[in-house]
Write a protein that binds this ligand. Sequence first.
Ligand code: SAH
Ligand code: SF4
Ligand code: F3S
Length: 476
Amino acid sequence: MDPIVDLDFIDSRTPEQAAACDTKVTVTTNTGKTRRLYIESYGCQMNFSDSEIVSSIMFEQGFDTTSNIEDADLVFLNTCSIREKAEQTVRNRLGQINYYKKKKPDMMVGVLGCMAERLKKSLLEEEKIVDLVVGPDAYRDLPNLINEVDGGQKAVNVLLSREETYADINPIRLNSNGVSAFISIMRGCDNMCSFCVVPFTRGRERSRDSYSIVREAQQLIDNGYKEVTLLGQNVDSYKWTSEDGAETVNFAQLLEKVAQLSPELRVRFSTSHPKDITDEVLYTMKKYDNICKYIHLPAQSGNSRVLELMNRTYDREWYLNRVDAIRAILGEECGISSDMIAGFCTETEEEHQDTLSLMDYVQYDYSYMFFYSERPGTLAARKLEDDIPLEVKKRRLAEIIEKQRETSLNRNKRDIGRVHRVLVENFSKKSDQQLSGRNDQNKVVIFDKKHYKKGDYVNVFVHDCSVGTLFGEAVD
Ligand code: SAH
Ligand code: SF4
Ligand code: F3S
């Protein structure tokens, strides 16, 4: 079988990067609570971050977390709807969980997140094993919903909110390596890209109180963390106004406030929308050494007509202008990555070539690459025909992946022969004699352990690379 055929979600992350986004809870709290929660997360970093909020709410409600599903009284799947395959994965997993539930009939099963929001109470009918369905803005209601299920009912809350940011909730860090953590700075999305289900599953965009964000970052520093990633679907449109209207903070200002907390704290952010990323943000990045020189700037397509159909609200020229601004202000070394969709409705062969030529121009360090998957209810599903045959979508995707492999390798080769400052995150997957960390540009670097350990900043001379990883030697 053509290996491409199976691939819906393809990225160029190394195993180390992928492991950082493991789906299962890996940190167990064992404080003698009477019941145990097992939680698995799917989809984007926002969902992983939400699972930490959920765990905190459940902890207050008398649940420890466990990394062993067989020990759990309550199993949560925090789900993603972004592509059809993402939902299928969750449905398959529910089938497997049925096996545990048969052995332990009291086990409660909840579906949280975007699939819960999209399918609402119909999920209860479609998947008999599910006891509760909770949308992303309803997690504060979990204690009541659990009580309902304890009382023998099924429970659903999928109300979306215009205000909820969970600002006051102190997340329990679940997949933590104790070095890097995510901080949600906003929720929802107002952009209505025509292919995308997120505005429907996550509701309206809202920005979290900047003081609570800075407080959370400070707490992480106090607990020994060395890196934070500020999260939102479109961080560049972050805008918080105090209740009395006297103070407004935009994204560049927020970035600066977090960066000023400590020069030893690395600050990252994701995702930047090409229409909103400002020169002010780029100059703020330049001003602070501890703001990492790496930008995830999803293009989706390199062709202006397709971008218009996608309702991305920028065209190829605008996108390239933003890339030129990044290179001019932050230099050639600044890492840039992208998301690409192959075979969007009506995309011609020439338009697909425009995506490849855009990739040639930008020289992305890496990309997350997908073929188009129609999502019910989106603008594209209602107005456009999903008319590109699956084999064509997959072939175009394969070409995009091949192009990315080339550019990743080109970009990585440029890093050979230089010293990189690496923040150590873990042992390398392959050997406990080697450490794995990331450089400023978010690239994974592997090197011999010597006397270094997790959380150290290490200067590493890079002497080799693969498509996804740099290899080097620590220099004292
Ligand atoms: N807020 C981010 C994207 C979040 S979704 C942004 O605007 O860039 C992550 C990625 O999934 C998107 O960038 C897009 O490339 C991909 N994606 C979203 N909907 C999709 C669909 N219907 N089919 C295929 N890929 C999709
Ligand atoms: Fe989806 Fe577009 Fe919003 Fe990103 S910006 S979450 S792609 S609607
Ligand atoms: Fe998926 Fe929802 Fe994130 S649809 S990509 S989990 S916002």
